[in-house]
Each structure stands twice: as C-alpha cells, then as structure tokens.
Design a protein around this ligand. Structure first.
Ligand code: BTN
Length: 324
C-alpha cells in the first residue's frame, strides 16, 4: 500500500477529517482507515479522534529533494551527479551498492525517511524509524586507489561533527573509529563499504546515520544509551538544512582527503575526540586491552598507553571504562 500520499497530508500535524483525506486522495473513508493503519505500521503515531479526524502529533519534518538540490554548493554539485530521497528502503547503503552493481558510478547521494534493514558496523542492524533521523549514503569513486579506508571514516566523522556544530548542536564528540556521540551517548554512526580494488580504482559507499528526534520512538533495547540532535540544541524542523549541510560538508571533506590525505584533518579530529586522556578498554579481537587514550596518529590509528607502552590500533571497538 502506498502510504506516502497520506503521510504528506498529515505531516503538518493538524487534524484532517476522514472525508477530507478521502477526497484529497481519491479513496473511500474505509480505505483512508486502512492507509492510516499502514502508516502506523511504519512506527508513526497517528491519533484518530472522533469528530476531529486524524493527525500525526507534532507533524513530521519530511525531506524534499528540491530543497536539497537547491542548497548544494559548488563542490557538492561538482562531486554529486544524482541525489535521491526515498521514502522506505531496506538500507540506503544497500540501494547505493545495487546501483553500483547495475553499472552506476560514483557521484551519487541518497537519503531515506525510513530503513527496514538498516546496517550498522560489524554486522549489527541500525534501527531506522520514520522521519526521526537522517539516513544518508554518499558514493565516491577513488580513481587513483584508496590509500586508507580507516582514514576516510575519520574524515567523514570530522565533516559530520562540524556540520552538526554549525547547525547549532552543542557537545558533539567523535569516538574512534567512527561513532558520533554526545554526553557519552550514541548520536550516530558511519558505515563505509568499499567495492572494487582497494589498491586500484574503487568506490566507497559512505553511510551516515544520525538520530534527530527519538522522543516519540519506541526503540528496542540497545547495548548503549542513545541521544538525539534535538536534545543537544538543534531547532525543530531542520532536517532539510541538516541534509544539505551533510551533502556540502561530506563532499568537501572527501575531495580534500583525496587530494591532500589525512594530515589536514588530524587537528580537526582532536577538537571532537571524546576519548582523549580517558581510561579505555580496546576490543581488538582477543581480551579487552585497558589503557589511556592518547589521540590518533598520522594514519588515523588510535594511540593507547597500555602496560606494554603506547600501542596503536588500526581497527577495533573502544569503550570508556566506567561508562556503560
Ligand atoms: C554504526 O554501526 O555505528 C554505523 C551505522 C550506520 C548507519 C547508516 S544509516 C544510512 C546508511 N545505511 C545503512 O544501512 N547504514 C548506514
């Protein structure tokens, strides 16, 4: 059932009678009710009040492709040929990957309002409720090969953190290798998948998920606390502005990284590094390794002072000791 036309009408947060909705959608009142139930199945709260009709409390802040295209700056325009905004997809990274397999090229970006099979790092799933977060994928072709995949995720993290700060968010942090955090809770994450030859021409599918407003969402129990942008200062109704800032910020950062490498991003990372100087456990395969985080090295590895001296980790997970 096509739910988007009804969602568009209810997105303003006002009550609309069944008769009005039926007339505007060209369907019966019974069919309106069926559509309402389908919308509710997407996890969207729809109030049905006798004598008033239906509403989505507080409305929805939907993405509009026209606004995104109009807001793209010169670098984003040079680097991104196509932008899609989907309603419901399995995963924006999966969509981008299928496009590549079907012969598509880099220079592509897409967003979705909802993902039914959002992917997280390390095979985890990424719970992706409707219009409450940003689900963004950017595909870039590295023609001269791909010097450091880990470096790219740091670069993307820096550009996203800077975009969030510029949008009015306070206390944004980056947790190596690619978590976005605030107040020791997870704000978002980055998942990069590479297709082609890492040593030669290859395409990076860069996925970014950011929680915007989870206040009305029943999240399943997760292994760490979550936080969203509205709680750290983003004004309501800014998802389109944020999506534009991501298109511009990430494309600029990827261009600079491809041209100049990681060096220019090291001090920018440090400003957001939420692990710096803190007691951590590093999970890099075997037993957790305790130590004190000392920032990242020239290649983006995490430096940790351990009993055995300073060790540099190129991959793994980190938790701050004493913080869940
Ligand atoms: C993480 O585990 O921290 C990374 C999460 C990445 C989620 C984003 S949402 C947009 C893109 N599409 C996906 O399926 N995953 C990424």
């Amino acid at each position: 059932m096509e739910t988007r036309p009804l969602i568009n009408l209810l997105a303003d947060g006002a009550f609309h009678s069944g008769a009005e909705l039926g007339a505007r959608l060209g369907i019966s009142r019974t069919a309106v009710w069926n559509h309402v139930q389908a919308v509710q199945k997407l996890g969207i709260q729809v109030d049905a009040v006798r004598g008033k009709g239906y509403r989505i409390p507080h409305g929805l802040d939907l993405l509009h492709v026209g606004q995104l295209l109009a807001g793209m700056g010169p670098v984003a325009r040079a680097m991104i040929r196509d932008v899609d905004v989907f309603d419901v997809v399995d995963s924006t990274n999966a969509v981008a990957a299928s496009r590549l397999k079907a012969g598509g090229e880099g220079g592509y970006a897409c967003f979705a309002e909802c993902q039914t099979a959002g992917r997280g790092r390390r095979g985890r799933s990424w719970v992706s409720p409707y219009a409450t977060s940003i689900y963004f994928t950017f595909v870039h072709e590295f023609l001269r090969g791909f010097p450091a995949i880990d470096g790219l995720s740091l670069v993307v993290g820096v550009s996203v953190a800077e975009a969030l700060e510029a949008a009015g968010c306070r206390g944004v942090g980056l947790k190596w290798p690619n978590d976005l955090v605030a107040a020791d809770a997870k704000l978002g994450g980055i998942l990069i998948e590479v297709y082609g030859d890492v040593g030669g021409p290859c395409r990076a599918v860069i996925g970014v998920g950011i929680n915007v407003d989870l206040s009305s969402v029943d999240m399943p129990p997760l292994d760490q606390p979550l936080i969203d942008l509205l709680r750290i200062g983003l004004p309501r109704g800014r998802r389109n502005d944020l999506a534009i800032a991501l298109l511009n910020g990430v494309s600029l950062a990827v261009r600079d990284f491809e041209r100049d490498g990681l060096a220019g991003f090291l001090s920018r990372w440090q400003r957001f590094d939420c692990l710096l100087g803190r007691p951590v456990n590093v999970f890099a395969g075997g037993e957790p390794i305790p130590g004190s985080a000392e920032g990242i090295d020239q290649t983006g590895g995490l430096c940790v002072r351990t009993e055995a001296g300073v060790q540099v980790f190129r991959s793994g997970e980190v938790s701050v000791r004493g913080v869940r």
